[in-house]
Design a protein around this ligand. Structure first.
Ligand SMILES: [Zn+2]
Length: 193
């Protein structure tokens, strides 16, 4: 019907008519940046939050992994799934004193004693001469070949062996196949490699 068509086209004309405020402004120019910033800011915020959570969880999981794989000394004894370490005399106290006395750097110790099956009985502890050391690194004169366990310190609750530790350990084992490596990551927490 012609009258209805006329009404409809008149309505369309009204709809297309610009508000006086927008006169001389291209609506596309006006909308462009607003549309962009409305999603860009929250998205950037979301990405930074996710990255933050990822970094925190990665560093936390390192500590957590280390704690899972390490054991606390109880009754002068460390019980690992494949080995038990028994500290005779004042050997554990010597290690604890050394650890507490050098919070500013990693410690290094050579543990001597005897192995009986899966039991490692520690009868003597020596601290080799330190060449250089800081909170995350220690270089010392090597432990003697008769060493039962090569021990070094890590920052509190960082009990996981580093790639460098694994590399050094496999090199040392070539000379002394029965050698074990231990990481001391608090005054009473140890990880056996
Ligand atoms: Zn280490």
């Amino acid at each position: 019907m012609p009258s209805q068509v006329r009404i409809l086209s008149a309505a369309l004309m009204i709809k297309r008519k610009l508000h006086p405020v927008f006169e001389g402004i291209n609506p596309e120019e006006l909308e462009g940046p607003i549309v962009e910033s409305s999603w860009r800011k929250p998205l950037l915020l979301l990405i930074s939050v996710l990255l933050g959570v990822l970094i925190i969880s990665l560093s936390f999981s390192d500590s957590l992994q280390g704690i899972i794989h390490s054991k606390t000394a109880r009754n002068y004894q460390l019980t690992f799934p494949t080995a038990t370490i028994l500290f005779e005399g004042n050997t554990l106290a010597l290690l604890q004193d050394e650890f507490i006395a050098h919070e500013d750097r990693e410690i290094k110790a050579c543990l001597f004693g005897r192995q009986e099956g899966s039991d490692y009985i520690i009868g003597n502890v020596e601290f080799p001469e330190i060449i250089r050391a800081n909170v995350i690194h220690v270089v010392s004169v090597p432990c003697p070949v008769s060493t039962l366990i090569d021990l070094h310190g890590h920052p509190i609750n960082k009990c996981l062996a580093s790639e460098q530790d694994i590399e050094t350990y496999s090199e040392m084992k070539q000379e002394n196949p029965s050698l074990r490596m231990m990481i001391m990551c608090s005054s009473d927490r140890f990880a056996l490699i």
